[in-house]
Design a protein around this ligand. Structure first.
Ligand SMILES: *[C@@H]1O[C@H](CO)[C@@H](O)[C@H](O)[C@H]1NC(C)=O
Ligand SMILES: *[C@@H]1O[C@H](CO)[C@@H](O)[C@H](O)[C@H]1NC(C)=O
Ligand SMILES: *[C@@H]1O[C@H](CO)[C@@H](O)[C@H](O)[C@H]1NC(C)=O
Ligand SMILES: *[C@@H]1O[C@H](CO)[C@@H](O)[C@H](O)[C@H]1NC(C)=O
Ligand SMILES: *[C@@H]1O[C@H](CO)[C@@H](O)[C@H](O)[C@H]1NC(C)=O
Ligand SMILES: *[C@@H]1O[C@H](CO)[C@@H](O)[C@H](O)[C@H]1NC(C)=O
Ligand SMILES: *[C@@H]1O[C@H](CO)[C@@H](O)[C@H](O)[C@H]1NC(C)=O
Length: 924
């Protein structure tokens, strides 16, 4: 076994539905290899992404050194080229049939050379790595090219770049160009390593159909700190977008004799569904897995549509159904099902066969009794984490039993939880029955992954969808019949146009909606389309043809899973022919990489296949990362080569983003200076006469920890702070009432904290005395269809039903249309949008303690703001300090009288450790 010192690594990951690029480089200091240029150039034309990564290194040492080029690419992408240029000589990778390639390199293997160059590394990624010896002063250029068709997932295409260079790179540049003829409806970026300085290196420009995202950090921007040569770049960079759609037959795009047809009509009503959840509760599920399953199930049950019918089956050695038949998703039934789900305990064996047959019987008996609504869709969702151990255990027999029972009537979706499960078994069973399989990775976000999957299938729009093209114009179309169209997804058909010229390509799309059949018709002018694409200078040649080939190969490979032997052989031959013709590294081909040192010594890059090899190490990340795009930081290949760089996990030194202008501490003493308050720089205070309704002009709400006894205490560690029930502080723009604070004196149920319809803003939360803060806070921006749900453990951001989870203190920089979400290492989460109140949420070091709520830019509140806290921004009427006790005064809000007393509190609006400040306290 040889341990390679990672010298220079550069990774790109392109994930379906995302495009993820990882740039990795190790420090030059380790040996003489220095990267002087590293570029990623990704061109997305009509969802087809073509990415080129180029890395240029030089050996500055006086001895021969080994340079390693390492990158991650999405599982769903195909490598199409790799080359090394050494001393002006190009060493291209050669893509060959797998068997031929293996023969070629078996000699190398027999001499003890390492095996594959590509291996699975993350949830969505695989890693490509090549090492080569470099002579002193010599330069090497590595170039990798790969292509992927981005898939629409919950209403968005995702391009994800992982940026992890491990040395400063003089020329580091990432360019993503997007061209979407349908028009880009939204574009957002997210990154986990962005600091204020780095954010300046990121530019996004966009017009109707095009977008260009560029990230080009200078050497000093890459530096962790001015005196450190380490790079701060280490994390994910994600771009999400969607295109405009109408209630139509979709969009047909044509280039160079090939076309692609995208179909995802807007505005179709959801079909009612009959869904049976089949949940594995065998012993192996015990612990966190079953807990996360319960959590997800409870959430999923809440998300059922009112017209749906459902039932639950739990199984271990035997299967049990919750109700004797399907029941409507009424509020009572859902409530009962949730408490049933909450009580699921894991133990025993795994009898998949009985559970599956029971689920089919449930649907069958409802069907026979005519209890399935006309025009409804019936689906079975199986979740299991292991192989069958009880009852029928032969996978082939189970597959046959299930297929015979379902008999094409229902769709089966299989979720494989973790790596003890035979994914191939589940995948075949799902594909045999018109559904699909997913792996659920064991991690802190497993519950979100389950919910995410459910969201994908939650809203069936059409069934039996068939695409029709005139056969005199079109030949060689990809799959044109699909069982179900779900909201948020997209159907894609590509094809080749016949030679004889025609002006117009027309198509029909037929499908069944709830209660009616529907036919869409769409036409596209061939000449006009050709022109549109040809005018794009950055389009790579024949991209549409490559898109067609890519999709055809993908579909052939998928069909092989459930095809008969003869069919399978035919599909393989056809997929292989296309893979070779278009130079794709697919599961049927390999790329032979020859190095200069020894012409005999070639290595082979092969596409890893989705398990059956029980790649236990693949998910070893076990990190608390919950971003599904995060790949584990370390991976051990099956050949035993430790290939990834040391852990750079704790290397962020982000300058935490802050509220607007840092202001002076608010430690003025109201007793002595009530009429001579210096104007705080961050607040435009205005003089307002007594009992004049004041529109809260620039006030802020600050949640404080209560009563700092000693002024001198510096709170460097929030866990050590004297911790009592904190107050909510509401600074008022009146000269005599600079800030007020609110003490919540009892735990109560969920509270409507702030509600401002004009802002589209709603903040709710639950306050817990024993947690001295909020046990959860939910912030909803209705106009953005965005919701942030924060608990002391984590933050979940949901947009258009797509959820991402983040742990506190992860750095995050999420730039959505109309809102920026940032989080820094101190655990301060900010939601800030133009003309919006900025909401801050602050977590403590100790997750047992509740969250703090902060508000900024509160002059953006409308005059209709309401809620427990919001009401104080709606025309508060302050009385003067009482004559006998100037530390008391009256307050009237919305007809309710309060008595306020002057208190000193700790102010967290600039984040921890907080500053001492005075306020008028009201108890609620
Ligand atoms: C692969 O890239 C090398 C270097 O750019 C180039 O010479 C070669 O023609 C490419 N191969 C294919 C099949 O595109
Ligand atoms: C796409 O939608 C956006 C937002 O709704 C709109 O501004 C834009 O004009 C649309 N573009 C096209 C090409 O229709
Ligand atoms: C927007 O369009 C103009 C011309 O139509 C083009 O020059 C510019 O590069 C486009 N911007 C982007 C980001 O593509
Ligand atoms: C839809 O079309 C099918 C034939 O494709 C037919 O059997 C069915 O009755 C039609 N349904 C409605 C509601 O028209
Ligand atoms: C695949 O290519 C081989 C030769 O390259 C040819 O003989 C064969 O007919 C092709 N098969 C198909 C299905 O196109
Ligand atoms: C803060 O204090 C707690 C309790 O004293 C301690 O466990 C923790 O490690 C401290 N955290 C830091 C960052 O110093
Ligand atoms: C929202 O707040 C910002 C910052 O205080 C301010 O610049 C902006 O004018 C406000 N917008 C509105 C609509 O009040």
């Amino acid at each position: 076994m040889k341990i390679l010192a990672p010298v220079h690594t550069c990774s790109i990951v392109l994930v379906l539905p995302s495009l993820l690029a990882v740039l990795q480089t190790t420090t030059a200091q380790k040996n003489g290899i220095s990267i002087y240029s590293l570029t990623v150039d990704s061109k997305v034309s009509s969802r087809f992404a073509h990415t080129v990564i180029t890395s240029r290194v030089v050996n500055r040492a006086e001895t021969m050194e080994e340079a390693t080029f390492q990158m991650e690419l999405p599982k769903k992408a195909f490598i199409t080229n790799f080359s090394m240029i050494i001393d002006g000589v190009t060493y291209p990778g050669n893509i060959k049939e797998k068997a031929a390639a293996q023969k070629e390199y078996s000699a190398a293997v027999s001499r003890g050379k390492s095996a594959g160059l590509v291996k699975a590394t993350g949830r969505k990624t695989e890693q490509f790595q090549v090492s080569v010896s470099v002579a002193p002063t010599a330069k090497v250029t590595f170039q990798l090219v790969y292509e992927e068709l981005l898939r629409r997932h919950l209403g968005a295409y995702e391009i994800l770049l992982k940026v992890r260079p491990q040395q400063l790179v003089k020329h580091l540049q990432v360019d993503v160009h997007i061209f979407e003829p349908q028009g880009i409806s939204f574009l957002e970026t997210e990154s986990t390593f962005m600091t204020k300085e780095l954010a300046e290196a990121l530019t996004t420009s966009q017009n109707k159909t095009k977008a260009h995202i560029q990230f080009k950090p200078t050497l000093s921007q890459q530096q962790k700190s001015p005196d450190q040569q380490d790079t701060i770049l280490d994390g994910s960079f994600i771009i999400r977008y969607d295109v405009n759609r109408t209630h139509s037959g979709g969009s047909i795009q044509i280039e160079n004799g090939y076309f692609v047809h995208y179909f995802a009509p807007e505005g179709l009503p959801t079909m009612p569904k009959n869904v049976v959840f089949v949940i594995d509760k065998s012993g192996s599920m015990s612990g966190r897995k079953i807990q996360q399953t319960r959590e997800a199930l409870i959430q999923i049950l809440s998300d059922l549509n009112s017209k749906d019918q459902f039932n639950l089956i739990v199984f271990s050695g035997e299967a049990t159904q919750w109700k004797p038949s399907l029941v409507p998703a009424s509020a009572e039934n859902i409530k009962e099902a949730k408490s049933y789900a909450a009580g699921i305990q894991a133990q025993g064996g795994t009898n998949i066969n009985d559970a599956m047959l029971m689920s089919v019987n449930l649907l069958e008996s409802s069907n026979k009794a005519e209890l399935l609504p006309a025009g409804s869709v019936s689906i079975i969702i199986l979740l299991t984490d292991g192989d069958p151990t009880v009852g029928v255990t032969n996978p082939t027999s189970i597959q046959k039993n299930v297929k015979d029972a379902i008999d094409g009537q229902y769709s089966l979706f299989c979720l494989g939880f973790g790596f003890d499960v035979s994914y191939a078994f589940l995948e075949k069973m799902a594909l045999d029955n018109g559904g699909l399989a997913r792996r659920i990775y064991e991690d802190s976000d497993s519950s979100l992954q389950l919910q995410d999957f459910y969201q994908e299938v939650a809203n069936p729009l059409l069934s039996s969808v068939a695409f029709e093209y005139p056969s005199n114009i079109v030949e060689a179309v990809t799959r044109d019949n699909f069982r179900l169209l779900f909201r948020g997804s997209e159907m894609v058909v590509a094809g080749k146009l016949r030679d004889q010229a025609s002006d117009v390509l027309s198509a029909k799309v037929k499908g069944k909606m709830h209660m009616q059949n529907i036919t869409f018709q769409v036409e596209s002018s061939i000449a006009q389309q050709e022109e549109e694409f040809q005018s794009l200078k950055y389009i790579f040649h024949n991209f549409m043809e490559r898109l067609w080939a890519h999709l055809t190969i993908k579909q052939h490979l998928e069909r092989i899973v459930s095809a008969s032997d003869a069919e399978s052989q035919d599909l393989k031959t056809r997929a292989l022919n296309l893979s070779l013709k278009y130079n794709f590294v697919t599961p049927l081909t390999s790329m032979v990489v020859t190095k200069p040192e020894d012409q005999e010594q070639s290595q082979v890059a092969e596409k890893p296949v989705e398990d059956n090899n029980r790649q236990r190490n693949v998910h070893s990340g076990g990190s608390s990362n919950v971003d599904p795009s995060h790949t584990p930081r370390r991976g051990i290949s099956r050949s035993g080569i430790s290939s990834l760089p040391p852990d750079f996990g704790s290397r962020y030194a982000a300058a935490p983003p802050r509220f607007g202008q840092p202001g002076p501490p608010h430690d003025r003493d109201i007793f002595h200076t009530s009429h001579a308050i210096p104007q705080p720089t961050w607040e435009g205070l205005r003089g307002l006469p007594f009992l004049t309704p004041v529109h809260s002009d620039s006030s802020r709400v600050v949640l404080l920890s209560k009563e700092i006894q000693t002024k001198e205490t510096t709170l460097t560690n929030r866990s050590q702070a004297p911790f009592q029930a904190p107050s909510v502080m509401l600074p008022m723009p009146e000269p005599t009432v600079d800030q007020m604070c609110v003490d919540i004196k009892r735990s109560q149920g969920p509270m409507n904290l702030i509600s401002d319809a004009d802002q589209g803003l709603q903040v709710t939360g639950q306050y817990e005395m024993e947690k001295a803060g909020f046990s959860w806070i939910k912030v909803t921006f209705e106009d953005l269809q965005l919701q942030v749900h924060a608990s002391p453990e984590r933050v979940v951001v949901t947009r258009n039903r797509r959820s991402s989870g983040y742990n506190w203190k992860e750095t995050l920089f999420l730039d959505l249309p109309g809102l920026k979400i940032t989080m820094d290492k101190t655990g301060l989460l900010l939601l800030k949008g133009p003309a919006k109140v900025t909401i801050g949420l602050l977590s403590w070091d100790d997750p047992r303690k509740g969250l703090l709520l902060l508000l900024h830019d509160t002059d953006n509140f409308s005059s209709h703001v309401s809620g427990t806290l919001g009401q104080f921004y709606q025309d508060p009427l302050w009385g003067p300090p009482e004559a006998e006790d100037k530390s008391k005064r009256a307050l009237r809000v919305q007809g309710t009288d309060y008595s306020a007393t002057r208190e000193r509190k700790l102010d967290y609006q600039e984040g921890p450790p907080g500053k001492e400040s005075s306020c008028w306290l009201v108890e609620l």
